[in-house]
Design a protein around this ligand. Sequence first.
Ligand code: LLP
Length: 463
Amino acid sequence: MSRSAHPAGPRHADVLPEGHYSAPPADLNALDPKVWAQTVRRDEHGVLTVGGIDVKQLAEEFGTPAYFLDEDDFRARARAWRTAFGDDADVFYAGKAFLSRAVVRWLHEEGLNLDVCSGGELATALSAGMPAERIAFHGNNKSTGEIRRAVEAGVGRIVLDSFQEIVRVAHIAQELGRRQRVQIRITVGVEAHTHEFIATAHEDQKFGIPLAGGQAAEAVRRALQLDGLELIGIHSHIGSQIFDMSGFEVAAHRVVGLLREIRDEHGVELPEIDLGGGLGIAYTSDDDPREPHEIAKALTEIVTRECESARLRTPRISVEPGRAIVGPTAFTLYEVGTVKPLDGLRTYVSVDGGMSDNIRTALYDAEYSVSLVSRPSDAEPVLCRVVGKHCESGDIVVKDAFLPGDLAPGDLLAVPATGAYCRSMASNYNHVLRPPVVAVRDGEARVIVRRETEEDLLRLDVG
Ligand code: LLP
């Protein structure tokens, strides 16, 4: 993004502070459909609505801060992924992005599978009735207790992440008299173009077994020898918030290369390949994500082409989108508490949440947009930083944003595209209570994850 001139305004000097911002949008009341959930609109009074309910009413009923999730949008996105990949492929929603029992039921109804990465996610999935055979269990350090529960439940696959785990899962499966279906997660040496902390397929990292140096081939050798395991495929996940398909192209080429080696050495053609998740969404108007059908077409073509040239039967493909399904479906609603103009710098707008409900800005320098949603405003745009209520100066929700110059305490702000990795990464820092998730559909709103209470906090404090 580029820096550009700030409109002359009474609150600011001519010198602009450092920041990532473009020119203020022509109309601050406009809602870019790229970043907002499908049913979000402004009504005739200029108040934002979702699923037909206005945010003033939602704030009154459910309080702020709160996440509002557009259920129809979630279902539509899940269905679009499912349809795009068709019956010859599997879509596993990555529960780490956001998981609750309602979400599990929607996924089940829409025909998706589920990727879980902890005992807690597994328990949520099972308790909401997701059939175990449609669950994939991930993680670089699953405990023996977690593995045992997953095998006992009969999960469809466990994704093995280390040499130790190959042996651990095999032992537990044998003890239980089972043969567990497994994939081996490999790192293919691809670094997706994204923030360093969330890129996961380059070699210098904790996930997977490196293809380099023959380690992945050795892992396959060991897995094939163990009676407790049925090796069904190879898994690769190359990173997060990816827009460019070329990383997947290299990954597929390398994974198929391993499948060919396996065929040549063992005479076995593994039937599945999983290309992970990581597809990007629009956090701001500058992002241009691809549609699921384009992604499905590109991935299927890449794998088919690679397999043809390796003379292999094309394996069944699976993918694990998390953010791309849930990310755009929710926004966080905050109430403005204070407005503090700093001459020559920017205006600090404090809201009633912060880094405890959205750590992504502080952790990854993530960019978000933000709008005044409880009323329209024609006031001149002012460069703002939306900050939380935590005792930390890095407690920033939106680093650089233009908001109307008449913003005042009591106004409601909404930050779109907070469906993924916000509630799921929420904390109790400063003993701030985690906000609820409210699902909205057809003029009805219902809490699917309730707001934390002080009693919840004190219940854990048993000293
Ligand atoms: N599959 C595997 C094996 C993964 O590790 C992940 C994400 C996914 C699928 C889903 O990726 P998605 O489609 O949601 O990008 N907290 C970070 C993201 C960490 C992602 C870790 N793994 C963030 O807020 O950006």
